[in-house]
Design a protein around this ligand. Structure first.
Ligand code: APR
Length: 315
C-alpha cells in the first residue's frame, strides 16, 4: 500500500486550498460524492484510470467492451462473464484509506450531511460512516438475490463461487427442484402414436428439468434502476439544505451520479478532488492530486487533525 504523504510543494500551487479549508470550517451540511479513486491507495483498482483501471486491464486481456461485465442484459444471457471476473472487485479489505477517514472526520465534526458513494467495497462503513449518512448509489455486495425466485441471501454466501469463477445458483430453487424430482412421478409418457422409442423419452425428461435461478449481487448494473432511496434522499432532503459539495475520486462519467452537481443550487460551492480535472461539470475549486494527500492538507489547514496509519507522522 503506497504511503500517502502530503507533498507541500505539490499542493501549494493551488491557493484555493485555503479557500476550501475556510469553507470546511464554516459549513455544516456537507454533501460528499465519492468514487473508486478514494480506494486506489489501498490497491483496489478504479475503473477508468489508464493502465491501472479495472476496465483497462480487461481491454488488455481482450475484452473490447469492458463495461459489459456490469451490463444487466449481458448478465441475464451470460452470467459466466461477470462470475469469471468479479473476484477482482470483491470487498474484503480490512483497511480504509485516509480519504475514508476524512469523511468520518467530517461526521465527527457534525458536518457530514450525506456521503453518496458509487463504491461497492463497503469501506465507508469500515471507517465508521453511519448508515444514516451513507447512500450506496450503486448498491453493494452486502446481499445477493436470485434472478428467478427473488430469494435474498447475505452477499458472502456467493463469494466462494465468485472466487472460484463459477456461477452461483439459488439454493432455494435447487431445494424446490429436488422436492419436485422426488415427488411420485405422474405418467408423463405421451400416448405411443408410433413404435415407442425410449431415447425420445429421455430427451423429453431432460427438457422438463427446471433450472435453478442465478444469484446476482445487489450491485447496480448498467441498465438497472438505482435504489429508490438514492433519489428520495437526494431530492426530498439533501438538495434542499446542502451548503457545500465535495466530489472526490470519481470521473463523473456515469449517470445519474454524474448529474448530481448540476441539480444542486448554483450558490452552493462545489469542490472537486481528483488526479485529473473534469471539464463537463462546473466546480468552484479543483484540487488535483492524490486525494489522500489533498484531504490531509485540507484538514491541516482547517485546523483539524486527521489521524490514519497511512499518514506519516511528519506530514
Ligand atoms: N486520488 C485522486 N484521484 C484518484 C485516485 C487517487 N488516489 N485514484 C484514482 N483517481 C481518480 C481517477 O483519475 C478518476 O478520475 O478517480 C477517478 C475514478 O474514476 P472511475 O475509475 O471512472 O471510477 P468511478 O468514477 O467511481 O466510476 C463510476 O462507473 O463502472 C461504473 O459502477 C462503476 O461505480 C462505478 C462508476
Amino acid at each position: 500500500i503506497a504511503r500517502a504523504c502530503y507533498k507541500r510543494q505539490k499542493l501549494l500551487q493551488y491557493n484555493t486550498i485555503d479557500d476550501a479549508a475556510k469553507l470546511l470550517r464554516e459549513r455544516k451540511n456537507i454533501m460528499v460524492i465519492t468514487g473508486a479513486g478514494i480506494s486506489t491507495s489501498l490497491g483496489i483498482p478504479d475503473f477508468r484510470s489508464k493502465d491501472t483501471g479495472f476496465y483497462d486491464k480487461l481491454l488488455t486481456i481482450g475484452y473490447t467492451d469492458p463495461e459489459m461485465v456490469f451490463d444487466i442484459h449481458e448478465f441475464e444471457s451470460n452470467p459466466g462473464l461477470f462470475y469469471s471476473l468479479a473476484a477482482d472487485i470483491l470487498p474484503g479489505f480490512k483497511q480504509y484509506s485516509p480519504t475514508h477517514g476524512f469523511i468520518r472526520l467530517l461526521q465527527d465534526k457534525g458536518k457530514l450531511q450525506t456521503n453518496y458513494t458509487q463504491n461497492i467495497d463497503n469501506l465507508e462503513e469500515l471507517a465508521g460512516v453511519e448508515k444514516s449518512r451513507l447512500i450506496q448509489c450503486h448498491g453493494s455486495f452486502a446481499t445477493a438475490t436470485c434472478r428467478k425466485c427473488g430469494h435474498k441471501v447475505a452477499g458472502t454466501e456467493i463469494f466462494d463461487d465468485i472466487r472460484a469463477k463459477q456461477i452461483s445458483y439459488c439454493v432455494r430453487c435447487k431445494i424446490e427442484i429436488a422436492n419436485e424430482q422426488a415427488a411420485p412421478k405422474q405418467n408423463k409418457r405421451k400416448p405411443a402414436a408410433r413404435r415407442y422409442d425410449s431415447s425420445d423419452d429421455d430427451d423429453d425428461e431432460d427438457d422438463d428439468i427446471p433450472q435453478p435461478g442465478v444469484m446476482k449481487p445487489d450491485i447496480t448494473f448498467f441498465g438497472e434502476q438505482l435504489p429508490n432511496h438514492f433519489f428520495d434522499t437526494f431530492t426530498d432532503r439533501d438538495a434542499k439544505n446542502v451548503d457545500l459539495v465535495l466530489v472526490i475520486g470519481t470521473s463523473l462519467k456515469v449517470s445519474p451520479v454524474s448529474e448530481m452537481p448540476n441539480f444542486l443550487p448554483k450558490e452552493v460551492p462545489h469542490i472537486y478532488i481528483s488526479r485529473e480535472p473534469v471539464t463537463h461539470v462546473n466546480f468552484d475549486i479543483q484540487l488535483l492530486g492524490n486525494c489522500d494527500d489533498v484531504v490531509v492538507e485540507l484538514a491541516r489547514r482547517a485546523g483539524w487533525e486527521l489521524k490514519h496509519e497511512m499518514i506519516p507522522k511528519d506530514c
